[in-house]
Design a protein around this ligand. Structure first.
Ligand code: NAD
Length: 282
């Protein structure tokens, strides 16, 4: 499958990073968000990220301008009608994603690949929302997208070999390392990561140590580049809570129950870096 035009749905933390890596790799990208402010912030983030690369000497001004010229943005899903691939990176909420996928299926050609960047929602369930489920796949980028090497590819039960091969090859073209996993709640990355973050929240909730000390134990003791609580703030505490809730629902196992402190921080709108306050203040 040859890709020239790619649509990305959602301009938030992940969406704008995904748009940047596609545009830098030479693809024309249309970024969609229901929120005009999110689109403007997304474009601003991409501009800032490219400027940092110029300062580091790894990108020329001409390449920055060319990258930006390949990006367009819109608040209407219809603007992705001519894309060969759409990557959905909207809010981690099954109702929102179902509406997007059902609508996308009526907009794009029947052979356009529909990928989701979901952290935890079953790809098999997502695939069942569209008439040609064999073209649905998980393309799970890591945060921050331009810097992180991994793309976790998730095959839904329905995904066909051609769709998988195309997304695997595309991930390599982006300079990433793809790892393919089967569909299961949280896949591999969040099945392992999120319970660790949740446990760190419990340790803080039980007042066993400060946030800084918990993170220092994991950084210096376990050689993690960033502590679990700082990482949760980077991911977004609402996203972390959604993932824990999905693991809990899917496995029906109390070991996945979200820490009450995480629930409270989300209820208070303290979502981490994106709201300047979470486990830490920014
Ligand atoms: P975010 O809250 O930063 O951004 C989500 C964006 O989606 C918002 O700008 C919102 O306006 C937009 N949106 C909501 N409904 C929409 C709709 N119907 N159409 C178009 N846009 C819509 O969230 P995020 O952290 O970027 O997460 C996006 C996806 O990526 C989620 O599925 C999440 O699980 C996944 N993910 C997140 C991370 C992370 O570290 N944050 C890592 C990997 C995967």
């Amino acid at each position: 499958m040859k890709f020239t035009r790619i649509g990305v749905i959602g301009a938030g933390t992940m969406g704008n990073g995904i748009v940047q890596v596609f545009a830098q790799a030479g693809f024309s990208v249309t970024m969609i968000d229901v929120n005009q402010t999110a689109l403007e912030q997304g474009l601003g983030n991409i501009g800032n990220s490219l400027s940092r690369l110029i300062k580091k000497g790894t990108l020329s001004e001409a390449d920055r301008d060319a990258t930006l010229s390949r990006i367009s943005s819109d608040t209407h899903l219809g603007a992705v009608a001519d894309c060969q691939l759409v990557v959905e990176a909207a809010t981690e909420n099954p109702q929102i994603k179902e509406k997007i996928f059902r609508e996308l299926a009526t907009i794009v050609p029947a052979d356009t690949i529909l990928a989701s960047n979901t952290s935890s929602i079953s790809l098999t369930t997502i695939a069942a929302w569209v008439p040609q489920p064999q073209r649905v796949i998980g393309m799970h980028f890591m945060n921050p997208v331009p810097l992180m090497q991994l793309v976790e590819i998730i095959r839904a039960l329905q995904t066909d070999d051609a769709t998988h091969a195309a997304i695997h090859a595309l991930s390599v073209t982006l300079g990433k390392t793809p790892v393919t996993v089967k569909d299961g709640a949280g896949f591999v990355s969040n099945r392992v990561l999120m319970p660790m973050i949740n446990e760190a929240a419990f340790v803080l909730y039980e007042n066993l140590a400060s946030a800084e000390d918990i993170d220092t134990v994991m950084k210096l003791g376990m050689n993690h580049p960033i502590g679990p609580l700082a990482l949760a703030d980077l991911i977004g505490l609402d996203t972390c809570l959604s993932i824990m809730d999905i693991l809990y629902r899917e496995f029906r196992d109390s070991k996945y129950r979200a820490c009450p402190l995480l629930v409270q921080l989300v209820a208070a709108g303290q979502l981490g870096r994106k709201t300047k306050k979470g486990f830490y203040a920014y």
